[in-house]
Write a protein that binds this ligand. Structure first.
Ligand SMILES: Cc1ncc(COP(=O)(O)O)c(C=O)c1O
Length: 464
């Protein structure tokens, strides 16, 4: 039984009673729903067959793939997308957070059009890059920032900065945590349970082809395990990287006091603390998760929401660490870094994402969570809800999920069915079963009603 409570700025509701769902009923519905999927998506199937010839898995990022084939989209506006079969789909994925402003948000379109008239790439300093950097530093409370083109690059450079600053090389990460594709950070991303040993002292799992260097892996929400790791290996550990709220295995919230203890331990053992805010970022609130949760990292990585949907990411933090970029001990280059179109995206996003606009979206999210709670209780479903900022998810477990091992014990069959049920009824959430919905600035009452009513129809079907 859980004794810890989650951080006060986060949301979780676990009902006190529930009744199991029959696995037979889930299997029966899954079969029917996959048949319905194929019936409704002939042109996506056709498109996928064509794409498979030129693109591995028929997609441009393996996240986009699912079996038998993913939905192919031709356009998107506001909170809605149109697929190749001509269906209108409610987008609740919103580019994993990158589309927080809504598709084709007029302020962003206008600002990018203006930038297009001045040029697409200078590879020189430009006032528009300085303007974007100042906006990011001000908003996230950091001294300095450098722009990159992807979250993967940002987490890689943050780790290298920590290495340069400490003259140490080892990295500590969270079991189950995702930070993109840089070798050390791929370790134990979604490791197989039979290879990772003791939950309190996990064995790092390195997939084929990855050359990580010295890596240590700790369970989330377990400050004692972190302390033990620091005690044994502090002389070689450069940094500890984590998402302040895990958002790649549903949403996993920090226990009250956990992040504060992490901060203390990093200070005590001279380990650079990196918060990966690629996913949380502005979806956590108008100044990001770190400020909302009240714990200051040494370095922060940003992407997705900060650029209004343009290709952009960043890493930054305290000057004493960014000085290692200045003095060249951590070399940072990139042809497309700070290109004018992405910088225009930052400028527009900074205008749009005010405290008030994000609070309004968060209220819609809260409403969705509370109405879904009522349905979970009414139908006695073995599930609970979790929310942070404008994101929410339904976790198919009667116990709170506090780390990767808890997440692995949730019911993946119902999660798959719930995702597919919504997809067949015009609601698009990410395919991974480990993601969450996002209420963007373009979502309103109508969209929240659709989300909630769809879940009610699903609850009815499960119990009929
Ligand atoms: C927390 C986190 N960090 C890093 C990344 C990598 O970002 P990108 O896909 O832009 O390389 C992701 C991607 O989803 C992420 O969720």
């Amino acid at each position: 039984m859980l004794t810890q409570t989650n951080h006060r700025e986060t949301y979780r509701f676990v009902p006190s009673t529930s009744t199991p769902v029959s696995p037979g009923r889930v299997a029966e519905l899954l079969k029917a729903e996959w048949e319905l999927f194929t019936k409704q998506t002939g042109k996506s199937a056709q498109e996928s067959r064509r794409a498979l010839k030129s693109l591995p898995l028929g997609v441009t990022s393996s996240f986009q793939h699912w079996d038998p084939y993913p939905i192919s989209i031709v356009s998107a506006k506001g909170a809605w997308m149109t697929d190749v079969d001509g269906r209108q789909l409610l987008d609740l994925s919103m580019g994993f957070g990158a589309m927080l402003a809504g598709h084709l948000n007029p302020v962003i379109v206008e600002e990018v059009k203006k930038a297009l008239e001045t040029g697409t790439l200078f590879v020189t300093p430009s006032p528009i890059s300085t303007d974007a950097a100042e906006r990011i530093c001000r908003r996230f409370g950091i001294d300095q920032v450098r722009f990159t083109n992807s979250g993967t690059e940002s987490t890689m450079y943050a780790v290298r900065t920590a290495r340069a600053a400490t003259d140490k090389n080892a990295v500590v990460k969270i079991e189950g945590g995702y930070h993109g594709s840089y070798d050390p950070l791929v370790v134990s991303t979604k490791p197989p349970l039979d290879k990772i040993g003791d939950p309190n002292n996990p064995i790092p799992y390195t997939p084929n082809g990855i050359v990580p260097g010295e890596m240590h892996v700790v369970p989330y929400n377990n400050a004692e395990a972190l302390e033990q790791t620091f005690k044994k290996h502090a002389s070689s550990i450069a940094c500890f990287i984590l998402e302040p709220v895990l958002e790649n295995i549903g949403i996993v919230l920090p226990d009250e006091g956990y992040l504060e203890r992490v901060r203390e331990l990093c200070d005590e053992y001279n380990v650079v603390l990196i918060f990966d805010e690629v996913k949380t970022g502005l979806t956590a609130g108008h100044q990001g998760a770190a400020q909302r949760l009240g714990v200051t990292p040494d370095l922060i990585t940003l992407a997705k929401s900060i650029g209004g949907g343009l290709t952009l990411a960043a890493f930054g933090g305290k000057k004493k660490y960014m000085d290692f970029v200045t003095n060249g001990k951590m070399a940072h280059f990139g042809t497309f870094n700070g290109n004018p179109l992405a910088m225009a995206g930052v400028r527009a996003a900074d205008v749009i994402f005010t405290h008030d606009s994000l609070v309004k979206a968060e209220k819609f999210n809260q409403q969705a969570l509370e109405r879904i709670n009522a349905i979970i209780e009414q139908y006695q479903l073995p599930a609970h809800t979790v929310g942070f900022g404008v994101k929410g998810c339904i976790t198919w477990s009667t116990e709170p999920v506090r780390n990767y091992r808890d997440y692995k014990a949730t019911d993946f069959a119902i999660a798959e069915l719930s995702w597919l049920w919504s997809l067949n009824r015009g609601i698009m959430t990410p395919p991974g079963l480990d993601e969450q919905w996002l209420i963007s600035l373009a979502h309103g009452q109508k969209e929240v009603d659709i989300l909630v009513e769809d879940f009610e129809s699903f609850a009815k079907a499960l119990r009929s």
